[in-house]
Design a protein around this ligand. Structure first.
Ligand code: SF4
Length: 402
């Protein structure tokens, strides 16, 4: 079972962020939220007793669905506390409740290659990730998390340029991020990563990668993270950044500049041994985030908390198609076999994909099918693979398929 718990609280709202989170909620409200999460977890694990609670249920502040899924029979293979800022809540009751349901460590660290992760997931210890803000980090919190079975940390840094951090509305400095990172390592977390955002507005010479971004990549490399996510800035509606762009106070760089910064990140991270394993994700081989891989592969997951969603049963075609485009190539005929309701679209897919081949975003290869081919298309045994440029615009290609 893959389990995600959302903590929708932040110290302040970052200028670019449209994620679901509240600012300024009291400690009591946050405790009440944790209590609601515990009650939902109790639906999944009814044999684990709930701690006594001072709060009446249901919570009126954070309405939570009354039922989730049939009880899972499998142990937790991946567990992810995301946000928001999880550490703004008292996590101890949740760590205590979940501890009996974590798989014991069979190996000290994940070591299986990507392709085997799905089959090995059940044999590996629970991958238990907590997202952190640099300001959260203290030796006390790190001890608490380690004792609670957390074995993977993901720290949002976004940039190491102080002026950009301020413009982003991040509540921490670059130095605080570096100090927090040292504490994470000193506390013995050997599976830890950072997040960065490329394509932030700023001065650039002729559309080139900015010196500021190069310095950020140098600073990131100095930390030697095991994992790094590099997100391309997306202008989300109703954010402070969107208002600033609309009013002309801020100008976004072109997509080409953002992609050049992503490419620079790929190069800088490759130099410290991190390989790209998804559009925005880089990791040391064997240190890919198993939780993310599971969701990208279309495995079920249960999401608990305000704003969280779950997936049960067959993954949507979109998830599968995305994975195939990124990993093994996309075969229209195979897709029609796996999703028969979409078979009438094979000819249309082929025409679309051939157009992307002509534009240099895909390459096409003859490829045998795992199952019988469908006959209603002109090129039933063609597999399409992304070029480096196609990888950068993978979601645009995908949007024309599904
Ligand atoms: S800390 Fe994260 S979730 Fe909170 S506002 Fe900033 S980017 Fe959004």
């Amino acid at each position: 079972m893959n389990l995600y718990i959302h903590f929708p609280f932040c110290r302040s709202k970052c200028a670019y962020c449209a994620l679901h989170s509240y600012v300024g909620r009291s400690e009591k409200e946050r405790d009440q939220y944790v209590d609601g999460i515990l009650h939902q977890l109790h639906q999944l694990f009814p044999s684990t007793p709930l701690p006594s609670s001072p709060f009446p249920l249901p919570s009126s502040l954070f309405p939570l669905p009354s039922s989730l899924f049939p009880l899972p029979s499998s142990p937790i293979s991946t567990l992810y506390f995301g946000g928001g800022t999880p550490a703004l809540c008292n996590l101890q009751p949740l760590l205590d409740f979940l501890a009996p349901h974590l798989s014991p460590a069979l190996n000290p660290q994940p070591s299986s290659p990507n392709s085997q992760l799905k089959t090995l997931n059940s044999k590996l210890p629970t991958e238990f990730t907590v997202e952190l803000n640099p300001l959260d980090v203290s030796s006390e919190l790190l001890r608490q998390l380690k004792a609670g079975g957390v074995n993977r940390l993901s720290m949002g840094v976004q940039n190491f340029d102080e002026a950009i951090l301020r413009a982003m509305g991040r509540p921490h400095t670059a130095e605080q991020a570096q100090t927090a990172w040292r504490q994470i390592r000193e506390a013995g977390f050997d599976n830890a990563g950072i997040d960065l955002i490329c394509g932030w507005p700023g001065e650039r010479q002729n559309g080139a990668v900015s010196d500021s971004w190069k310095r950020t990549l140098d600073a990131a490399a100095e930390l030697a993270p095991d994992h790094c996510s590099v997100y391309t800035l997306i202008l989300e509606p109703k954010t402070r950044l969107a208002r600033d762009v609309a009013s002309g106070r801020v100008t976004l760089p072109s997509d080409d500049v953002a992609l050049a910064e992503l490419a620079a990140a790929e190069q800088a991270l490759a130099a410290i041994g991190l390989e790209r394993y998804e559009i925005s994700s880089f990791a040391k081989p064997g240190w890919e985030c198993r939780h993310n891989l599971a969701t990208w592969r279309g495995e079920d997951y249960i999401g608990i908390g305000d704003g969280a969603c779950s997936r049960e049963g067959n993954a949507e075609s979109r998830v599968i198609f995305r994975l195939r485009l990124l990993k093994e190539g996309f075969s229209p005929a195979q897709a029609a076999v796996d999703f028969p309701e979409l078979a009438p679209r094979v000819a249309e897919w082929c025409a679309t994909l051939d157009r992307f081949v002509a534009e240099g975003l895909l390459t096409s290869h003859p490829a045998p099918l795992k199952q019988s081919p469908v006959t209603r298309n002109s090129k039933p045994e063609t597999t399409y693979c992304l070029t480096p440029r196609g990888t950068e615009v993978c979601d645009t290609i995908l949007a024309e398929l599904v």
